[in-house]
Design a binder for this molecule. Structure first.
Ligand code: C2E
Ligand code: MG
Ligand code: MG
Length: 460
């Protein structure tokens, strides 16, 4: 278990509403790990947090809640304001948490941006949830950082003793599992997950092992769906779509394994492999005469949060002797809203000549601000709107509005999921000339792309 890094403890009769400040005591097993702790000079070894939890769990009957509070996006705070400001903010966060608690409760910081709260005499799960919500509400009030207000959100996972664990380690494991559950289910507060959730976690772990083995055995393949440009009469791009040739379940679509890969830390390796295959194949097709062809690769938010992501992309392009303009990266709106790092990395890639497209446009927040902030070159209107174009006034207005935005901003507009000739005509009538969909071709194995391109060139 990680050592508590700083312990902030309320003592001596202050109530949650009293003006008395909590006593702040820095604690670290290794003071060298705390170079920026502002009270490092007055270091006083406190009764460590986990010792108190240990003591409480051995009392009969133990009635305590362990709340694990996970601050969202703290990484971005460090990136934008610097680590010293980040440390000050953590200190302030701890103080604010302590102010919401009773004297007999404890707060400690564990790991980078996680706080553990020990709330005693909380036998009732409902009470624990009330405390958690109060703490989170307190954190939502803006903090001043660099002279500007900075609002934070956080989630809490709750474990109760003795139901979820009889010692600090077991309780912490349970609270962590609850915090993970909160994150996946997009909840503010979650209790220790149910049995069903535990089974789902076990399933994830099993698939995670299979994903790792599959990676070693080369089971991940990339299929390519042609994107047709009716204005130029050519297939100018193919979209790379990952597949998993599972040894017993057959060919799996990304939705069946990418979410699990994200949860078990395999998404990055899969993403790097897809990028590498896509670039290698593109190099081959270009050498075979399709000299202007580009490849579009889908990315996840996680890809963009890797600090070395720009270098990985640049190195992959260089390895296959491709110019940056040969690559398009597709991001969903969701990815772009996922913090400053994603936006910065996307902007840096665009500066280097890689083209950015917004995928599944219209399905999430449709905040158009990033179209200004980012050098986006294309918008892909989601197939849910394409499906009913010409048949539903709502879809018609959305499709026409998106075509208008793209036209005014000089962006390429691509319609996804075109399945019928009717849709093709309706889209062209409204001014959309770039499309992909089963009407033209399903995603094809790499070996079939050359044949498709040759046929398309003959018939155009
Ligand atoms: P997407 O990027 O929007 O890709 C289009 C999806 O629509 C593909 O599903 C494609 O097979 C499907 N599609 C294409 N034309 C039609 C059509 O006419 N009708 C219908 N009903 N569907 C059509 P797929 O391959 O299952 O991929 C699903 C999603 O998974 C992709 O949506 C993309 O967001 C994600 N994805 C795929 N490959 C990767 C990858 O390598 N990395 C990441 N991060 N995400 C990926
Ligand atoms: Mg896509
Ligand atoms: Mg899409």
């Amino acid at each position: 278990m990680s050592q508590p890094a700083a312990l902030i403890e309320r003592r001596h009769g202050a109530s949650p509403h009293s003006a008395q400040r909590p006593r702040v005591v820095a604690h670290s097993a290794d003071p060298a790990n705390q170079p920026t702790a502002p009270n490092h000079a007055s270091f006083v070894p406190p009764a460590p947090f986990f010792e108190r939890v240990q003591k409480a769990t051995t009392q009969m009957p133990p009635t305590l809640a362990l709340l694990l509070i996970d601050i969202d996006g703290f990484h971005d705070v460090n990136e934008i304001y610097g680590y010293a400001a980040g440390d000050r903010l953590l200190e302030a966060l701890g103080q604010r948490l302590a102010l919401q608690l009773r004297v007999e409760d404890l707060v400690t910081r564990i790991g980078g941006d996680e706080f553990a709260v020990y709330a005693c005499d909380v036998a009732d799960p409902g009470n624990a949830a009330v405390i958690a919500r109060r703490l989170l509400a307190g954190l939502r009030r803006p903090f001043m950082l660099g002279g500007r207000p900075c609002a934070l959100t956080a989630r809490a996972g709750i474990a109760l003793a003795p139901e979820h664990g009889r010692d600090p380690r077991a309780l912490m494991r349970a609270a962590r599992s609850a915090a993970r559950h909160a994150k996946h289910a997009d909840l503010d507060v979650a209790m220790v997950p149910s049995r069903a959730h535990a089974i789902a976690e076990e399933h994830d772990a099993q698939v995670g092992r299979e994903l790792r083995a599959g990676m070693l055995r080369g089971e991940f393949k990339v299929h390519y769906q042609p994107i047709l440009n009716f204005a130029s009469g050519r297939v100018d791009t193919v979209e790379a779509l990952v597949r998993w040739r599972h040894p017993t379940r057959g060919l799996l679509a990304p939705d069946e394994f990418l979410p699990i890969a994200e949860r078990c830390g395999m998404a990055r390796a899969i993403g790097a492999r897809v990028l590498d295959y896509a670039c290698a194949n593109l190099r081959g097709w270009r050498a075979a005469g399709h000299t202007e062809l580009r490849v579009a690769v889908n990315l996840s938010a996680r890809d963009f949060r890797q600090p070395d992501f720009v270098d990985t992309v640049a190195a992959t392009l260089a390895r296959h002797a491709l110019p940056a303009s040969a690559l398009e990266l597709e991001l969903t709106e969701h990815e772009l809203l996922d913090g400053a790092t994603a936006i910065e990395q996307a902007a840096e890639l665009a500066r280097r000549g890689v083209q950015l497209s917004i995928d599944d446009f219209g399905t999430k927040y449709s905040s158009l601000g990033y179209l200004h902030r980012l050098p986006v070159r294309a918008i892909k209107v989601d197939r849910s709107f394409v499906r009913d174009v010409g048949q539903s006034p709502a879809s018609d207005s959305i499709v026409s509005a998106v075509i208008g935005i793209a036209g005014k901003m000089g962006l390429r507009l691509i319609a996804e999921g075109v399945e019928e000739v009717r849709q093709l005509h309706e889209l062209r009538r409204r001014g959309c000339h770039i499309m992909q969909g089963f009407l033209f071709s399903p995603p094809l194995p790499g070996t079939a792309v050359d044949g498709y391109l040759a046929k398309a060139a003959r018939t155009s």
